[in-house]
Design a protein around this ligand. Structure first.
Ligand code: PGA
Length: 253
């Protein structure tokens, strides 16, 4: 039985005050999440991780980073390691978000190093995969998702995979107000699960959580999560509004 997982990706938003206010409101409102039926995480910008983790210390809400670097320490100006993230209270880390792939230019190989280093450093990586609009229109969705999954998880054993969550986020649905229909999303989630079954084994594929992301809102979250292979959601814009994020958590219960 896969426990539903709702994660908020704040991207480059909030400040030291609004970040804390936001999680205080989420923590005080998420009664059901506190009852352990849903895993909830928020991913603030690096600089607010510590204050947010402190504000959430007596709640069940986990903290995640939006990115990390694969080296443990050293001369890597501007980068942040898994152990630093652990040190400030993170348990999760997004890897390969489409904005990192397409705005910053991260490759599958780099993302694989990050996923591997996240697990090695005791973090739980959330590997984001998904196609561009032109790739969907050229019927290349499965091909792109296969590459992201296979290359992102390269070298990881089935045992290591227990730490991993996958987030399917069609790039054309991110921040655009366009959402994949529940059927469209389910089709890709089913495809990813079967792919994991081929790469690993049926049990591993059945146990891994696959989230959907891309314009998830209170009014579409329940229907998306009612699909057989959609185990939760990765929420951008709506995770910045406490009421919307709480309604999405409620939809996962
Ligand atoms: P969105 O972002 O919910 O604002 O579309 C999702 C994401 O990028 O993770």
């Amino acid at each position: 039985m896969r426990k539903p997982f709702v994660a908020g990706n704040w991207k480059m938003n909030t400040n030291s005050q609004t970040s804390v206010k936001l999680v205080e409101r989420i923590a005080s409102g998420s009664v059901e999440a506190a009852s352990q039926s849903v895993i909830v995480a928020v991913c603030p910008p690096f600089v607010y991780l510590q204050v947010v983790a402190k504000a959430l210390s007596s709640s069940n809400i986990a903290v995640g980073a939006q990115d990390m670097y694969f080296e443990p320490d050293g001369a890597f100006t501007g980068e942040i390691s898994a152990s630093m993230l652990k040190d400030v209270g993170c348990s999760y880390c997004l890897c390969g978000h489409s904005e990192r792939r397409h705005v910053i230019g991260e490759s599958d190989e780099l993302i694989n190093r990050k996923v591997t280093a996240a697990i090695g450093g005791g973090l739980l990586p959330i590997l984001c995969v998904g196609e561009l609009l032109e790739e969907r229109e050229a019927s290349k969705t499965n091909e792109v998702v296969t590459r992201h999954v296979k290359e992102g998880l390269a070298g990881l054993s089935a045992e290591k995979l227990e730490a991993v969550t996958i987030a399917y986020e069609p790039v054309w649905a991110i921040g655009t107000g366009l959402t994949a229909t529940p059927d469209q999303a389910q089709e890709v989630h089913d495809f990813i699960r079967k792919l994991l079954g081929q790469m690993y084994d049926k049990k591993t594929a059945e146990e891994i959580r696959i989230l959907y992301g891309g314009s998830v809102k209170p009014n579409n979250a329940a229907e998306l999560m009612s699909q057989k292979d959609i185990d939760g959601v990765l929420v951008g814009g709506a995770s910045l509004k406490a009421d919307d994020f709480l309604a999405i958590i409620q939809a996962a219960v």
